[in-house]
Design a protein around this ligand. Structure first.
Ligand code: FMN
Length: 164
C-alpha cells in the first residue's frame, strides 16, 4: 500500500518519555510525540498499552518528554528495545537525572530539553493510546545541539536551511 510507504517518510523526533510512580522511574524511546495546542500548551505522546511506561503514566498522570540530541542514537536504541520491567535503563546507561520543576518525574541532565507534562486527556488510537499532557514546566539544556530525528526508520541529523 502506497500510504504505508508515504507515512514512513514523515520525519519523527526522537525523545525519551520519562515516567515515575511509587519510587520507580523509567524511560522509553518515543517518536510519536508532538505539540498539539498553543493555548494551553499541550503535547501528546502515543504509547502502546503493553509498554511498562504506559502503566506508570496511567497511574501517576505525569510524564516528561526529553528531546534527544543527534549524538544520543545509542541511548534511543537501548531505551527503545529494552523494557523497564526487565532492566533499570537509567542505571544501565548511567543517565544522570535531577528533580523536575513541576512534576515528580525526574528529568534528564543531558538532552536537548525536558518538557514536563500533566495528563489532561487520553484517547485510544488503534494499537496505541494518546496521552495529551499540559506543559507545566521544562528546561532547555542544550538548545543549540542538533536534534536526533528518524526518517524511513533510519536515525539522522537535522540540517537547518542555509547551513550548507
Ligand atoms: C526510534 C524509536 C521510536 C519509538 N517510538 C515509540 C512510540 O512513539 N510509542 C511507543 O509505544 N513505542 C515506541 N517505541 C518502542 C518503545 O520504546 C519500546 O517498546 C520500549 O522497549 C518500551 O519500554 P518500556 O517497556 O520500558 O516502557 C520506539 C522505539 C524506537 C527505537
Amino acid at each position: 500500500m502506497q500510504g504505508k510507504r508515504a507515512v514512513r517518510l514523515l520525519p519523527w523526533p526522537v525523545t525519551l518519555i520519562g515516567a515515575y510512580h511509587e519510587g520507580k522511574h523509567n524511560v522509553m524511546t518515543a517518536s510519536w510525540v508532538s505539540q498539539v495546542s498553543f493555548r494551553p500548551p499541550l503535547v501528546m505522546v502515543s504509547i502502546a498499552p503493553e509498554r511498562h511506561t504506559y502503566g506508570l503514566i496511567q497511574k501517576s498522570g505525569e510524564f516528561v518528554v526529553s528531546i534527544l540530541t543527534a549524538d544520543q542514537a545509542e541511548v534511543a536504541q537501548f531505551c527503545g528495545s529494552r523494557s523497564g520491567r526487565d532492566v533499570d535503563k537509567i542505571s544501565a546507561l548511567g543517565l544522570k537525572t535531577r528533580s523536575g520543576q513541576a512534576v515528580k518525574v525526574p528529568v534528564l541532565e543531558d538532552c536537548l530539553a525536558n518538557i514536563e507534562c500533566r495528563v489532561v486527556a487520553t484517547h485510544p488510537a488503534g494499537d496505541h493510546v494518546l496521552f495529551v499532557g499540559e506543559v507545566v514546566g521544562g528546561s532547555a539544556i542544550r538548545p543549540d545541539a542538533p536534534p536526533l530525528l528518524m526518517l524511513d526508520w533510519k536515525p539522522g541529523k537535522f540540517s537547518p536551511i542555509g547551513s550548507g
